[in-house]
Design a protein around this ligand. Structure first.
Ligand code: NAP
Length: 570
């Protein structure tokens, strides 16, 4: 009989682990009516670690998760080619040295199944699953002014009352529909990268359309190109891709990483992007052209990683001329890889500075366009009119026939998933109303009029501009410490104050004003979602800078928060 833990870790074909999960899920179908200390919404990395911290402190938790198991992003994103684009061992939990010493990453950039196995292992190791009800979507959360508690309900009919409401819903978890008319008419199959089926999808011999070329799309292209009879990639805005130097991790390298974990983690917590590297102080034009070029070659080459170009010179994201030196170098690389000069020119970004839309790490994305069975349609030149029964009708009247379509069209990022929860704060105030002109969140973690609500990696915090693992651990630990402080000081309710909240918003916007970020129509700005207010959402102060500011709040008795004591019985 295979070992259940091993099966959960490896997702082996025997399905022992899957069957065990299924049993758990079946049991969890019972309707829950309960009173707990905290409701945690989401069993991705942040919800899992939050559950561990709060249960360690003795709190009673009820977790809800829309997916069938833990994993969040890595549970849903099973599309071909899905893999992390930061080094696996840095994109992992650091809170328990035993955990980081015992887990052996196999690749520099782990693929989705390996990351999901890791998270499954974490869930088993700390026995987190029993705190969650899976396959259950929260559909409302209301704060009661009289009791100072939250009532959370789910689509399944659960009702749970809690002192704390913790959103761990993730920043890229509400998939964005394609916004193209006629999808319902299409007779073939279609898929969104963020909601990929659990069973493998075989595109062998099919005519496939792929729409979208962001971080998800560029991972899909080379893999589907190997299967499809023909793949047509519909590109709206070209992206900058850097090649992935992925490799198997040797025992020697892993041992070296493990031995140096304390230093790696300490540097990552202070680095601008949450990785173990020094941020440069030299500006691009302070060195010769030859020196710059050598640095760019090294960033492109075997030492390259997702953030390498953003960390070549201090002013790459602040000075247009400096930025152009990177953009020109990358355009040259695209021209050198893609054999057809017209296709190469279409793939070169021209409408925004390098790095102001998230760059991508690719395994042979550009190379895929050298295949005979891959073609590129630029939606700038040839827009789509609508989807039809047979495929895609272009504005120029041409109808292209497809057997399957892949939408890699991204997410209603940073605010979409939390707004979907229908949260109501003091006096029935709706979060959707409060944020109709953009999110307001003190330190990116709490919002006034919504007491005892914590938003892990919430809007106006650095979130996805950093290594998410670093952002998540920081927020979880801060929230756990805050709740401990409340318990130690008999505080029942904590609530962000509107003044400091407004100042934080202004500070976030002031920082972005010193950069080139506002020159791109990015999801950082909400520009990818029609009708979404244009507000720059992530905090640009860096992992270390943000940590210092958040620590300052807690070290000063949670400055900027109003604290209401628990009622003392007469
Ligand atoms: P994305 O970066 O928002 O890319 C979506 C793509 O779809 C863009 O090319 C976009 O064009 C296009 N698109 C959207 N709506 C469209 C429409 N109606 N018609 C035509 N094209 C349309 O989304 P994503 O690729 O899923 O990535 C989102 C984020 O998730 C990434 O930036 C990254 O932070 C994270 N991610 C990370 C990894 C990783 O670690 N390896 C992998 C995947 C995703 P426009 O640019 O013109 O809007």
């Amino acid at each position: 009989m295979p070992d259940r833990k091993a099966c959960l870790q490896t997702r082996c074909a025997c399905q022992t682990g899957a069957a065990a999960n299924q049993r758990r899920i079946t049991m969890a179908k019972d309707i829950i009516t309960a009173s707990v200390d905290a409701v945690i919404i989401g069993a991705g990395m942040s919800g899992m670690y939050m559950t561990k911290r709060l249960t360690d402190m003795g709190l009673k938790i009820q977790g809800f998760e829309a997916g069938g198991d833990v994993g969040g992003t890595w549970y849903w994103n099973r599309y071909p080619g899905a893999r992390v684009d930061l080094e696996s061992f840095d994109y992992s939990f650091s809170f328990d040295n035993d955990l980081q010493q015992e887990w052996n990453w196999t690749e520099r950039y782990a693929a989705q199944p390996e990351i999901l196995s890791y998270l499954s292992h974490v869930a088993d190791r700390y026995d987190l699953r029993p705190h969650f009800k899976f396959n259950t979507r929260v559909n409302s959360a209301k704060f009661d002014d009289a009791t100072g508690r939250w009532t959370v309900t789910t689509e399944e009919g659960d009702t749970v009352d809690a002192q704390f409401l913790i959103s761990a819903v993730g920043v890229l978890s509400k998939p964005k529909p394609p916004e193209i008319d006629g999808l319902e008419d299409f007779k073939g199959k279609w898929y969104h990268t963020g909601q990929w089926p659990h069973e493998p999808v075989d595109f062998t011999g099919l005519r496939v359309a792929q729409i979208g070329t962001g971080s998800s799309g560029i991972q899909v292209t080379p893999i589907v190109a190997q299967q499809a009879s023909h793949l047509t990639v519909f590109q709206r805005t070209p992206v900058y891709c850097v090649p992935t130097d992925n490799y198997k991790l040797t025992e020697e390298l892993l041992n070296e990483v493990k031995a140096t974990y304390p230093e790696r983690r300490a540097i990552s917590r202070e680095n601008r992007y949450g990785i173990p590297a020094e941020f440069p102080t030299t500006k691009a034009f302070e060195v010769s052209e030859e020196e710059r070029r050598a640095k760019y070659e090294s960033a492109w080459g075997e030492k390259g990683h997702l953030l390498a170009f953003r960390m070549t010179y201090a002013d790459v994201l602040a000075d247009e001329a400096a930025n152009k030196t990177v953009a020109d170098f990358l355009a040259e690389k695209i021209r050198s890889i893609v054999k057809d000069p017209e296709i190469a020119e279409r793939l070169i970004p021209r409408t925004y500075p390098f790095g102001t839309k998230r760059p991508c790490l690719s395994i042979a994305f550009y190379e895929a366009f050298n295949r005979d069975n891959v073609s590129l349609v630029s939606l700038y030149e040839t827009p789509i009119k609508r989807i039809t029964e047979k495929g895609i009708l272009l504005e120029n009247g041409e109808e292209m026939e497809f057997d399957a379509m892949i939408f890699a069209t991204g997410y209603d990022a940073l605010t979409g998933a939390i707004l979907k929860l229908n949260v109501e704060g003091r006096g029935g105030r709706k979060l959707t109303d409060k944020w109709k002109d953009g999110p307001q969140a003190y330190m990116g973690i709490a919002t006034s009029e919504f007491p005892n609500l914590f938003m892990l990696t919430g809007p106006l915090s650095p979130g996805p501009l950093n290594n998410m693992a670093v952002s998540i651990e920081q927020h979880v630990e801060w929230v756990a410490d805050c709740i401990q402080y409340m318990r130690d000081n008999d505080i029942a309710v904590i609530e962000a104050q509107p003044g400091p909240e407004r100042e934080w918003f202004d500070h976030v916007q002031e920082l972005v004003g010193n950069t080139l970020y506002l020159k791109a129509n990015s999801w950082y700005l909400g520009a990818n979602v029609p009708g979404k207010p244009r507000v720059f959402i992530p905090y640009l102060g860096g992992a270390g800078g943000y940590r210092a500011k958040l620590d300052e709040v807690s070290e000063n008795d949670y400055r900027g928060f109003t604290k209401t004591p628990a009622k003392v019985d007469a």
